[in-house]
Design a protein around this ligand. Sequence first.
Ligand code: CO8
Length: 373
Amino acid sequence: MHNVVISGTGLYTPAHSISNDELVESFNACARRFNAENAAAIEAGDVQPMPESSSAFIEKASGIKSRFVTDKAGILDPERMVPRIPERSNDEWSILCEMSVKAAEEALARAGKTAADIDGVIVACSNLQRAYPAVAIEVQAALGIKGFGFDMNVACSSATFGIQNAANAVRLGQARAVLMVNPEICTGHMNFRDRDSHFIFGDACTAVIIERADLATSEHQWEVVSTKLVTEFSNNIRNNFGFLNRTAEEHMGDPDKLFVQEGRKVFKEVCPMVAELIGAHLQESGIEVESVKRFWLHQANLNMNLLIVRKLLGRDATPEEAPVILDTYANTSSAGSVIAFHKHQDDLPAGSLGVLSSFGAGYSIGSVILRKR
Ligand code: CO8
């Protein structure tokens, strides 16, 4: 058995950002047009009017101020409200592969490694763009990595589940190092005409190098002390898009073929589950909660993160203890907690303990305890 470290992380951020005001302006233009076109039916009570959205609500309910997106114009066009991402030929790298490579290049550089040092690639994300071949195998080809590659999906928890898979492979000697990437184009699965959720997600990609401690040379090493995962079935966050949709074409356009959720139930049910899992994980590992210097939590909702850390610490966390990136990135699904880790790790001294945690659809929750070397 080998000791395992995270020796490098990388981040790809799309060039375009949409503010709450821009998003709300387009949503409200769509709502006004819908209400005008259906005025008679609304008046007769046959059609529900489309209520307007508000920037103040979005920031108060979620903490989100803006989000990075792959295509801004398509989302903000009130006639369209879907990103425009042109199809590529099979001879071109796919868009998920392209963003994975960009994030991976930074992670490899921070780890001081090249493709020749990596034996496996895991693409772990909520939204895979095709059934096969695995995007991970395409990323291998694009970077020139030998060995194995596979895709996996545990929704927002994909990264922590991916880290556990990668760490186990390295621990067992199946790989010297594994590249784990989280390409998320969440905006492709969003219903921008749904007031309850049109503001929640953004796009990004993160990458993590997980490698044998005795081979690591990087200045950014975090020992993987322990990992703990849990899942419990829930329909409160769901997306029914899939290859069987065409076999029941009468339901093809239903809204649940995009992201749908019972946001309030998710909030109430998931927060205690996360606090319980992290608390139990630390206790089993013989670590006092107070000795954890940083919590890199999944970035879905600021109020959820404040509540989870309050449950753990018995007091409010400082911004240094639980850094926030969702204000500018929104929820980037599996990439969120890794973005927080990537941006907020270099200031901590050697020996510092941290917890990387994800939570989301499934429900699925992951906790990774890390110690800076
Ligand atoms: N503007 C103005 N008012 C609004 C808006 C809006 N945009 N939306 C709702 N309102 C109104 C409601 O109608 C309601 O009005 P009333 O009181 O009159 O009924 C009022 O505001 C309050 O609404 P809510 O109770 O819904 O508001 P909340 O305070 O609960 O906030 C949140 C809503 C922000 C959604 C919150 O519940 C939340 O964040 N919940 C947790 C969500 C979460 O973490 N989900 C995880 C999803 S991610 C995941 O697991 C991965 C999925 C895979 C990725 C998919 C990519 C697309």
